[in-house]
Design a binder for this molecule. Structure first.
Ligand code: SF4
Length: 179
């Protein structure tokens, strides 16, 4: 299946989730966050077309990596294709983080026209960082998030308990920074 990516893969990131990670940058975003750090990823018809098989082959070559991260752009605009990648990552013992400008509740809403594809992808995500980047909620020192409105969500626990469960080990700085 084809995916539209913003650029090539980033193989050795240490800032897009814990440990060493391969990052897949989805092209296309509709959120238009003020002072977005990746405006070149917004155009829905921009970027490059890459086959999922290529990404999976690259992923299988990883040796020391803890996981992969889906970022962008907005990964959930290509949820179906990215679910193939995420599923394969978990099969290969790589954990999956994903950044989205949507809220977890929006993705999970049965009235969302993309509900089925969203669920397909969420099923293979370990950690979701959700919500738009809000410039006046930006704080230096936040770990793995741009602004403190964004939540770092344990997806498997949240799906199981049908409520948002945060990964508190990554959110702990939030309270002291927001005070
Ligand atoms: S969701 Fe991400 S890529 Fe999209 S506008 Fe906001 S910060 Fe930029």
């Amino acid at each position: 299946m084809e995916l539209r990516l913003a650029s090539g893969l980033t193989y050795d990131s240490i800032v897009d989730g814990p440990g060493l990670r391969m990052v897949i940058w989805a092209q296309g975003c509709i959120h238009n966050c003020y002072k977005c750090h990746n405006p070149q990823t917004h155009k829905l018809d921009g970027g490059i077309i890459v086959n999922t098989d290529y990404i999976i082959n690259e992923m299988k070559k990883l040796k020391l990596h803890k996981g992969i991260t889906l970022s962008g752009g907005e990964p959930f605009l290509q949820a179906k294709g990215l679910s193939i990648i995420a599923q394969e990552a978990q099969t290969n013992n790589l954990d999956v983080w994903c950044y989205t400008g949507f809220l977890f509740e929006e993705l999970m809403s049965e009235s969302n026209p993309n509900y089925m594809d969203n669920m397909k992808l969420l099923k293979y995500i370990d950690v979701l960082v959700d919500g738009k980047f809000i410039y006046n909620k930006k704080k230096i020192g936040l770990k793995f998030r741009g602004s403190y409105n964004q939540r770092i969500i344990d997806v498997k626990e949240s799906l199981q308990r049908n409520e948002v469960i945060l990964k508190n080990e990554y959110m702990e700085k939030r309270l002291e920074l927001v005070k």
